[in-house]
Design a protein around this ligand. Structure first.
Ligand code: GDP
Ligand code: MG
Length: 424
């Protein structure tokens, strides 16, 4: 069975916690896109963990974790993350971590260029996580990137470093007038952070095909959500990779395999990190209240997240892009703070009511159409079954199911592994 766990909205929907919960039934968990701009928070009986590059399955002893071909890997960050998790008692060996030889390496100069460009843009900045993601994906498509497999044959790699650094300095020193990148320093960088990773690098396609043949359950863990996808998201305020479930087998290294199931992770309200249009956004006190109730501060960056009510228009679009067969609705407990809950059911553009998510350029002119429903206004974080939920909470979930035309199978009511209700 191949299952994808993907984000329906702007990211930070709680994918990490759902992967942690659902991975009990899986043998393999793969990340297939993005890099250490991801911030997946998992709270379980072993503690609180923040994962940037490692799949959330790393927290389960019997799960094999794969960093797939579609990823960009900052090898220094990976070394730090591995040692941080080992310090928290997590076992990480070539037996339970496999890194695709096709995955691309994020270099220190990609991080530098990300920062230089955000500074150049000043008040027009994109709100990048400044972890080099856009520059490294750009180099991948320019065919000027390094891949993990190159670390296995370093003579050729060190020769290429000189050529690529010379080209890169046309931008770093020539364009941005910054101190040039040193090829020798990059070689030292590969030696320090790349060499120790050699034993983890393999053709993940071979591994995954064999696992599939042996009848193993394979999960693909996405980073970010549909609205941040490079093709289908709110471009240019997107990430630089494909966050879409259909890309998962490709990004993991098994383009020959087809997904059996796509599970979309969707938040009971909206949150968004970074710049760009966010139609149903709350401001002022309304935003403060929801942000505080939901603890909406970025796991990777600590930045306060922008927040708003549940957005039916954007979520329906996200569900369609992800081909979601079912939904896990997360953070429902956060809405316990409200006597009345707002939902954005449509957008208004030039006096017309929109229910389909539009081409992103008009989003700035769209106004949210808000409707109110009765809240439950009591603690639901200890609820274990549907019968434990107040009737208003059940009505809210059913309304979202109806408006989004998608079955909700799990509802999470707290950050801890067991704080959820099986809904269907
Ligand atoms: P991801 O990037 O999609 O994995 O999500 P993040 O980890 O960035 O953000 C989700 C945040 O919400 C984390 O701090 C989680 O611990 C927390 N969280 C997840 N599920 C729930 C829930 O049901 N209720 C509450 N209150 N917090 C949750
Ligand atoms: Mg996150």
């Amino acid at each position: 069975m191949l299952t994808s766990i993907c984000g329906i909205n702007w990211g930070d929907e709680g994918k990490g916690r759902m992967v942690d919960l659902l991975s009990e039934k899986f043998d393999v968990v793969c990340r297939y896109q993005g890099g250490n701009n991801a911030g997946h928070t998992v709270v379980n009986e072993r503690g609180k963990f923040i994962l940037n590059l490692l799949p959330s399955g790393i927290l389960r002893e019997n799960v094999v974790n794969v960093l797939g071909a579609g990823m960009v890997i900052d090898i220094r960050h990976l070394a730090e993350e591995v040692s941080r998790l080992r310090g928290q008692g997590i076992k990480i060996t070539p037996e339970n971590l496999k890194i695709s030889d096709r995955a691309v390496i994020t270099m220190p100069y990609h991080v530098l260029l990300d920062c230089l460009e955000e500074e150049r843009l000043a008040d027009k900045k994109f709100g990048s996580t400044r972890r080099g993601i856009a520059p490294v994906y750009a180099d991948k498509y320019m065919k000027k990137a390094f891949r993990m497999g190159e670390l296995l044959g370093t003579e050729l790699l060190y020769k290429r470093v000189k050529e690529i650094v010379e080209w890169k300095n046309l931008t770093v020193a020539g364009g941005y007038r910054h101190e040039p990148v040193s090829a020798d320093e990059m070689i030292d960088y590969f030696k320090q952070y790349g060499e120790p990773l050699k034993e983890y690098i393999c053709d993940t396609g071979v591994y995954l095909n064999e696992a599939n043949k042996a009848g193993k359950n394979i999960m693909f863990e996405a980073q970010l959500g549909a609205l941040r996808d490079i093709d289908f998201g709110i471009y240019p305020y997107t990430s630089s990779s494909s966050t879409i479930a259909a890309y998962a087998p490709i990004g993991a290294g098994v383009p020959n395999l087809k997904l059996d199931k796509s599970i979309g992770i969707m938040k009971a309200y909206s949150s968004c990190v970074g710049e760009g249009p966010f139609t149903a956004e709350y401001f002022g006190e309304a935003a403060e209240k929801l942000r505080a109730a939901g603890g909406e501060y970025g796991a990777a960056t600590g930045r306060p997240r922008r927040v708003g009510p549940f957005d039916v228009v954007a979520s329906r679009y996200g569900i369609r892009c992800q081909g979601a067969d079912e939904i896990a609705l997360t953070k429902l407990d956060v809405l316990s703070a409200y006597e009345e809950i707002e939902i954005c059911t449509a957008y208004e553009l030039d006096g017309k009511r929109l229910t389909e998510f539009p081409f992103p350029d008009v989003l700035d002119r769209c106004k949210p159409v808000l409707e109110k429903v009765k809240g439950w206004h009591c603690d639901i974080s200890k609820c274990k079954t549907v019968n434990d939920l107040p009737k208003e909470a059940i009505a809210y979930i059913r309304l979202i199911e109806k408006l989004c035309e998608c079955k909700i199978t799990y509802v999470s009511v707290g950050a801890e592994r067991e704080a959820y209700v099986k809904f269907h």
